[in-house]
Design a protein around this ligand. Structure first.
Ligand SMILES: CCCCCCCCCCCCC/C=C/C(=O)SCCNC(=O)CCNC(=O)[C@H](O)C(C)(C)COP(=O)(O)OP(=O)(O)OC[C@H]1O[C@@H](n2cnc3c(N)ncnc32)[C@H](O)[C@@H]1OP(=O)(O)O
Ligand code: FAD
Length: 664
């Protein structure tokens, strides 16, 4: 806390668990807690990282300010000899989208994942020292989702041992890559490989874009920013770019050659790694996006929860204080499921990170068997968590009433920064349809003796799940994790089987898939919700120290799954997984759980350990001192620099004068 009165002190006293221990559970370990706590304070206490005026700056100033911060952050990282983990935490807590996100988050991983050992040895040291700055240039004006539809060409010229990179049409212009517009010196550019007049699909190429001496584009390259994006401040700190190539030549060894190689005489040789590894960087980033979802949602929930405890409306008795809005059951039924979702996404994100690490280790040992599982889980969970988070941030804004609409609440900018997560790294619907294909394939193979594995393993018990009857008889039965898991498994399995049955009636499976795609997406949602619920339940099976910590997590887990059950009652009833009576009992139990969350709500958001700097919200201040700070902030708006606004003499005065003379 920053000193002074703590207006939320009484709320904090109500907590029934050890908040410090919960902070460690949230962080993942003592080690990560220590790093994130130390680095977040380091950033918060450094005025060079202030965010106060970000939403008021014009684009050019905003962007220059981002460059300043990124360069200062890099200096701090080096001066303090920060480890890779600490450096990444520092960039996270600076909390300003910048070219560095793409450099560290996509350019380097693309070279690591798709480059040969030799290529990695050449390029990675330069990138690690930021002697070159890179972006990930895949999407084009005409195609984003359909990667196979990209038009940029990379034609091998055997005479010179080079590739010629070319943008044959307007729609082949690269469009969107972050960091490309004004900063990157290099890009991993995705293009159609052509050798000897033959096409060989999409591959990545390292292309230098700007001269290292004066930052001007290299010959044959047209490059710039694509323009303002949604919201004030927000993602406008990023230079998303446009790029065109006019027969730009690069040496042959700048094609990323882990998946396929082009020989000196122009032959394309496939390695024994699957072609899908060309998409590997996206799998990696989708996994990090699931973790980011819990950060963004927890941040919004922290703001809305603290403010809901400060804000009072109605209900005063005999001149006493009015009711805290957090005590309204409707407020709780909107807020607490989001709080529970933030925790749920944290744990599923932790698990997904483990899965990704495991897959990466297997890939290094040439075991590609778990790649489809990694693709399905990252695609599905990225879609589910980003959709819920984007909607959740907006719900938190509404939960804060009028003040939530002010930029000083932090929520409008958070929403604007966050909402493209539903689109980038794969449009959520497009990715869900990828998972749908895998689900349908799994169902179609059930009779073949091939047992489904990983998160699809429950399908292996299909006979049982199709006959399953839920045996909940009283509300508390819904606290039994085994009962809950079976109900979610049965719902997901039945929805998939129902789609598969309908699909089998189409003579042309592709036509059937297109026709049923909306139903398929619903089946995928059910499958992904099952994964999140099961990973939350698994987390509770671990040894979790600290007074009352596990109990609080049990309550939140219950809120998470019972809220889903309530919201998707239609699915559960239509698939006969629960009866109307059981659905009603679930809702009764949910209300009981809300009342158990209530005294712990403030402590549960304190456990995120966010500094006021990171939250960037007057409504979410740790000390709850909202009104004086809102009042103070209003006067800092540039519009209040003068009492009489610019434009008065030109526009207001003549108007008022005209009305006066009309009256006379
Ligand atoms: C305050 C908080 C702030 C938070 C801030 C967070 C910051 C985080 C940083 C984020 C920065 C954002 C930057 C954004 C970057 C980008 O957006 S980069 C561009 C991303 N583009 C996409 O994601 C494109 C999406 N499209 C695709 O991935 C593919 O085109 C497709 C939809 C998957 C289709 O591909 P296609 O080749 O046509 O294949 P199919 O025929 O459908 O499939 C063939 C087989 O391949 C399997 N498969 C597909 N993808 C993968 C994969 N990635 N990995 C493994 N396997 C894959 C697929 O299942 C098929 O398998 P089989 O059926 O067995 O053959
Ligand atoms: C902020 C931001 C940052 C980005 N950064 C990068 C970057 O660094 N590098 C990069 O290469 N790209 C980047 N992108 C591009 C991003 O990856 C693409 O925009 C994204 O993959 C979606 O593709 P699209 O724009 O082609 O959408 P479209 O596919 O055109 O989507 C339009 C609509 O069509 C629907 N649709 C499309 N295909 C299907 C289908 N088969 N079935 C049903 N519905 C369908 C979608 O659901 C959507 O509703 C960024 C985008 C944004 C917004």
């Amino acid at each position: 806390m920053e000193g002074g009165v703590d207006y939320l002190a009484d709320e904090r006293k109500k907590a029934e668990f050890d908040v410090q221990q919960m902070k460690i559970v949230w962080a993942g370990s003592h080690h990560t807690f220590e790093i994130s706590d130390r680095i977040s304070k380091l950033v918060a206490n450094d005025p060079a990282f202030s965010k106060d005026e970000r939403t008021m700056l014009p684009r050019k100033e905003l962007f220059k300010n981002t460059l300043r911060k990124a360069s200062y952050a890099w200096k701090r990282i080096n001066d303090l000899h920060l480890s890779e983990e600490e450096a990444s935490q520092l960039r996270f807590y600076v909390d300003e989208p910048a070219f560095t996100d793409l450099h560290w988050g996509m350019f380097i991983p693309a070279i690591k994942g798709q480059g040969t050992d030799e290529q990695q040895k050449k390029w990675l040291p330069l990138a690690y020292k930021m002697q070159i700055i890179g972006c990930y240039a895949q999407t084009e004006l005409g195609h984003g989702s359909n990667v196979q539809g990209l038009e940029t060409t990379a034609t091998f010229d055997p005479q010179t041992d080079e590739f010629v990179i070319h943008s044959p049409t307007l729609t082949s212009s690269k469009w969107w890559p972050g960091g490309l517009g004004k900063v990157s010196t290099h890009g991993v550019v995705y293009a159609r490989l052509i050798t000897d007049g033959q096409e060989h699909g999409i591959h990545g190429f390292i292309v230098q874009l700007r001269r290292l001496e004066d930052h001007r584009p290299l010959p044959g390259i047209i490059i710039g920013d694509i323009g303002m994006k949604f919201g004030n401040g927000a993602y406008n700190t990023m230079d998303n770019g446009v790029l065109r190539f006019d027969h730009v030549r690069i040496p042959r060894d700048q094609m990323l050659m882990r998946v396929s190689q082009v020989t000196r005489d122009g032959k394309v040789v496939q390695s024994d790694v699957p072609r899908q590894l060309v998409y590997g960087t996206m799998v990696y980033v989708r996994q990090t996006i699931v973790q980011d979802a819990s950060c963004a949602l927890s941040r919004a929930v922290c703001i809305a929860t603290r403010y809901s405890a400060v804000r009072r409306q109605f209900g005063s008795h005999n001149g006493g204080p009015e009711t805290q809005v957090i005590d309204y059951k409707t407020q709780q039924s909107r807020l607490f499921p989001l709080l529970a979702s933030a925790y749920a996404f944290r744990f599923v994100g932790e698990w997904l990170k483990w899965l990704y690490t495991d897959v990466t280790q297997r890939l290094q040992a040439n075991d590609f068997s778990t790649l489809p599982e990694a693709h399905a889980c990252t695609a599905g969970l990225k879609s589910l968590t980003t959709s819920v988070t984007a909607d959740g941030i907006e719900e938190c804004r509404k939960l804060c009433g009028g003040h939530g609409y002010l930029c000083t609440s932090g929520l409008p900018e958070l929403f604007a920064v966050y909402v493209p997560a539903c689109t980038y790294e794969g449009d959520n619907i497009v990715l869900m349809l990828q998972v749908a294909r895998i689900l349908m394939k799994t169902v179609s193979q059930l009779g073949s003796g091939k047992l489904p594995v990983g998160t699809m393993a429950y399908m292996g018990r299909i006979e049982h799940l199709l006959q399953y009857r839920c045996n909940v008889q009283k509300a508390e039965d819904w606290l039994n994790p085994a009962i809950v898991l079976e109900a979610f498994e049965a719902r997901a399995a039945r929805m998939s089987v129902s789609c598969a049955k309908k699909l089998s009636k189409f003579a042309n499976p592709e036509e059937g898939f297109a026709e049923l795609s909306a139903d398929l997406v619903e089946a995928v949602v059910a499958h992904c919700q099952l994964i999140v619920v099961s990973k939350f339940i698994e987390k509770l099976q671990q040894d979790i120290p600290g007074k009352g910590v596990k109990q609080q997590l049990k309550v939140l887990c219950g809120v998470y799954y019972l809220f889903l059950l309530h919201k998707h009652q239609g699915d559960f009833l239509a698939t006969s997984c629960v009866t109307p009576k059981q659905a009603s009992l679930a809702n009764d139990q949910l209300r009981v759980l809300y009342s158990q969350v209530r005294p712990n709500a403030i402590a549960l958001v304190d456990a995120f350990n966010y500094t006021d700097h990171f939250l960037g919200s007057i409504l979410g201040r740790y000390d709850g001192n909202v009104y004086p700070k809102l009042y103070e902030a209003a006067w800092k708006d540039p519009l209040n620099d003068s009492v009489v606004p610019d434009g008065y003499h030109q526009y207001i005065r003549p108007l008022l004068k005209q009305q006066r003379s009309a009256k006379l």
